[in-house]
Design a protein around this ligand. Sequence first.
Ligand SMILES: Nc1ncnc2c1ncn2[C@@H]1O[C@H](COP(=O)(O)OP(=O)(O)O)[C@@H](O)[C@H]1O
Ligand SMILES: CC(=O)N[C@@H](CCC(=O)OP(=O)(O)O)C(=O)O
Length: 301
Amino acid sequence: MTTARKHTALPKARILIEALPWLTRHHGKTVVIKFGGNAMVDEELKAAFAQDVVFLRHAGLRPVVVHGGGPQINAQLERLGLTSEFRAGLRVTTPETMDVVRMVLAGQVQRELVGLLNRHGPFAVGMTGEDAHLMAATKRYADVDGERVDLGRVGDITGIETGAVQALLDDGRIPVISSIARSVDDDHVYNINADTAAAALAAALGAETLMVLTDVEGLYADWPASDEVISRLTESQLEKLLPELASGMVPKMEGCLYAVRNGVRTARVIDGRVQHSILLEIFTDEGIGTMVVPDELGEPT
Ligand SMILES: Nc1ncnc2c1ncn2[C@@H]1O[C@H](COP(=O)(O)OP(=O)(O)O)[C@@H](O)[C@H]1O
Ligand SMILES: CC(=O)N[C@@H](CCC(=O)OP(=O)(O)O)C(=O)O
């Protein structure tokens, strides 16, 4: 009986020990995890995501969640009979649309994630970039074929004050942040792409890693012609690739580049459709998606 029990337990012990080098390296380190709208529509995936984040917290890391909600915003706009278009990957945001964005991100998506995390203990605290001056922004314009396009209330982050987030982390909490910033131009707020917000926050917090969960395996080399995933690339390699990228990958990869250029050791794009993708990233040597590293960490091995 005891021998049988040992037999079933031993592989589990080995699996835990395999994670030890990663956990040792990351102990006490901040990890910013961006949970994307498209990976966020499945109930089981959401629950598994929350388990992974709480696991990291118990393993001694300092996880910070930044969430998107594009599909959820679209659904609410549709219910209200409103339409919105994207230019250069960003939602053209009228004041009316901004109200919906804020309501859905802060009132629905963030609340749901906070609830899922707090099933495991008193960890998650939700906030938006408006709280405690976390994120400040000015108006952003898009460049579409050389033409300056007005995006309405879409902002460019100009400043981050990490005090409130650091205090929550020091207190053992898991901050869950919606990508809305206070305006430094007027008394209103700005809509920020959630990938951009996560990357800026990762850099400001001096995070070890930025993990961007999405609805593809990683960065495809020749999308949409092929689905060969680039597993690792340096900042210079990524910079060369950026002009060729399309749609949703643009803010993600720009964000990864910004993060590694500003002190974050690795930035990863991983498949949020895979259950426990965060833990898989830890338990496999090279990870499961695309990893961007600073030039000094060298060429792929
Ligand atoms: N080179 C590429 N590799 C992978 N996906 C790409 C690439 N170029 C564009 N995409 C598109 O980007 C999408 C991911 O961005 P997005 O839909 O904004 O995700 P999220 O909701 O997770 O933020 C993919 O579903 C894919 O359609
Ligand atoms: C300016 C801008 O486009 N903001 C996004 C914010 C949410 C987001 O980024 O959500 P995903 O990560 O799910 O795409 C929007 O309004 O959809």
